[in-house]
Ligand binder design. Structure first.
Ligand SMILES: Nc1ncnc2c1ncn2[C@@H]1O[C@H](COP(=O)(O)OP(=O)(O)OP(=O)(O)O)[C@@H](O)[C@H]1O
Ligand SMILES: O=C(O)[C@@H](O)C(=O)CO
Length: 422
């Protein structure tokens, strides 16, 4: 296999978002969970998205895991590797976007990396280095209350500089509007001044096409799915990929019981869980009891098994920011998050043991915990459920899943997903 594009995603839902974007843009794409084992049979593809669970781990571990993925992708011919981060730039001052970008850039022998989380399809735009989520700056969006990485500064030049070894510059929208040559010249100038990374403005998909073409000159870039779209278009325009219609085949209908798990506490997921109550039984975990050592996972499984013969069920730990903050104050942010993720993974494993083959999971960390516990090695892309969320089929055809980024999808997301997962 000779890859046209290699990608390293810092969480599993982000990986499926990117794989979906690349596939829609015409690249044959597979999403792997971690660096594939040597004996994993993969189809002939243009792009591989290696999913890591590296968004919220200590920076040295994120760097080591990303380097390992980079080496695997380069060994399969990837001339360009994109590091996929969240379109809301989820990270803390300790990393991991800066440290991983620095490491991949240095390994690639590049002086500067282009960085942009813009993804206009989901209303993430960047202007003068400031990230907007819909109509509001990042620090006024619901991301200010994220359970793991509250985002309280919209200026990404500042945010990335706090995480990076070298100074961070800006490729502003006026430069992007002048086209690929102007962006190249700006990147060269910034590199000459000693900048190691440049946040690039982008408001429309056309801006991403320009950025994708400029990024492809180098061996590495960092961004969200919008940059993936730009890179895919540039690869097709350069004749390095033939381009093919996106896959809309969900594969053979698997039937049998189906379930949804929600561990995201985003505003979007809270609304989706509330909306699901009208169409399926919903069980809310009690995080306080779970942290006190009660068998909340066992109780949820028992609850599910009484109902799942009649139709899909949803189990959610999702709570509003006030309740999340109270739980974290009592138990610590990481301990609370990990305990709930572990319970979700146990519930998922129990459901699969009892015959569930169709599973929807909301939340990147939550999806990571679930997919790891189920030991699923790789996915092929099925139809798109909502912007950034595809149906995924395991490469052996044994299961279909949807891994939803916390903020993505409309109010009816859970029902929409199950409708495309027969
Ligand atoms: N009631 C709760 N109180 C505190 N933490 C919770 C609660 N429910 C879930 N969590 C934790 O919050 C975190 C949510 O992160 P997750 O990545 O799953 O969702 P997200 O951040 O909304 O999604 P994404 O990363 O895709 O944007 C997880 O660690 C989860 O275990
Ligand atoms: O880029 C995004 O917003 C998503 O793919 C994601 O990574 C959310 O966790």
């Amino acid at each position: 296999m000779t890859l046209a594009l290699g990608c390293i995603a810092d969480d599993y839902t982000g990986a499926s978002d990117l794989a979906n974007t690349l596939s829609k843009a015409g690249l044959r794409t597979v999403q792997t969970i971690g660096v594939p084992a040597d004996d994993l049979a993969l189809p002939e593809v243009d792009a591989v998205v290696v999913s890591l669970k590296s968004r919220s781990i200590p920076a040295p571990q994120a760097v080591a895991a990303s380097r390992e993925a980079d080496a695997w992708l380069r060994a399969r011919g990837a001339a360009h590797v994109m590091f996929k981060v969240c379109s809301t730039f989820d990270s803390t001052d300790a990393g991991n976007i800066g440290p991983v970008t620095d490491a991949l850039r240095e390994d690639a022998g590049e002086a500067i990396a282009l960085v942009t989380p813009a993804f206009p399809e989901t209303a993430r735009t960047v202007y003068q280095g400031n990230l907007f989520v819909g109509a509001v700056p990042l620090n006024e969006s619901p991301l200010k209350d994220h359970p793991l990485n509250p985002m309280r500064d919209s200026n990404l030049v500042r945010v990335l500089a706090r995480q990076s070894r070298a100074p961070v510059g800006l490729v502003d929208l006026a430069t992007v509007a002048r086209g690929v040559e102007a962006v190249r010249a700006r990147l060269r100038a910034l590199a000459g001044e000693g900048h190691g990374a440049a946040i690039a403005d982008a408001v429309f998909d056309g801006d991403l096409a320009v950025l994708g073409a400029a990024a492809l000159d180098a061996r590495v870039s960092t961004g969200a799915s919008g940059l993936g779209l730009g890179l895919a278009r540039a690869l097709i325009a350069a004749g390095r990929v033939a381009g093919q219609p996106a896959g809309t085949d969900a594969g053979t209908a698997l039937g049998g019981p189906a379930a949804c798990l929600a561990g995201s506490c985003s505003q979007a997921t809270l609304a989706q869980v509330a909306a699901a109550e009208a169409v399926m039984p919903v069980h809310r975990l009690d995080p306080g009891r779970l942290l006190a050592g009660e068998d909340e996972a066992g109780a949820a499984l028992a609850w599910a098994m009484e109902r799942i013969g009649d139709g899909p069920v949803l189990i959610a730990s999702s709570q509003d920011p006030g309740a999340v903050a109270a739980l974290q104050a009592r138990h610590g942010r990481d301990a609370a998050g990990h305990a709930i993720e572990a319970a979700m993974a146990t519930i998922a494993a129990g459901l699969v043991e009892r015959g569930v083959r169709r599973l929807v999971v909301a939340g990147g960390e939550t999806s990571g915990a679930v997919v790891d516990r189920l030991k699923l090695p790789a996915f092929l892309l099925g139809p798109e459920i909502a912007a950034g969320v595809p149906v995924l089929r395991t490469t052996d055809g044994g299961m279909v899943l949807a891994l939803k980024s916390g903020n993505f999808g409309g109010r009816a997301f859970f029902a929409d997903a199950l409708a495309l997962m027969p």
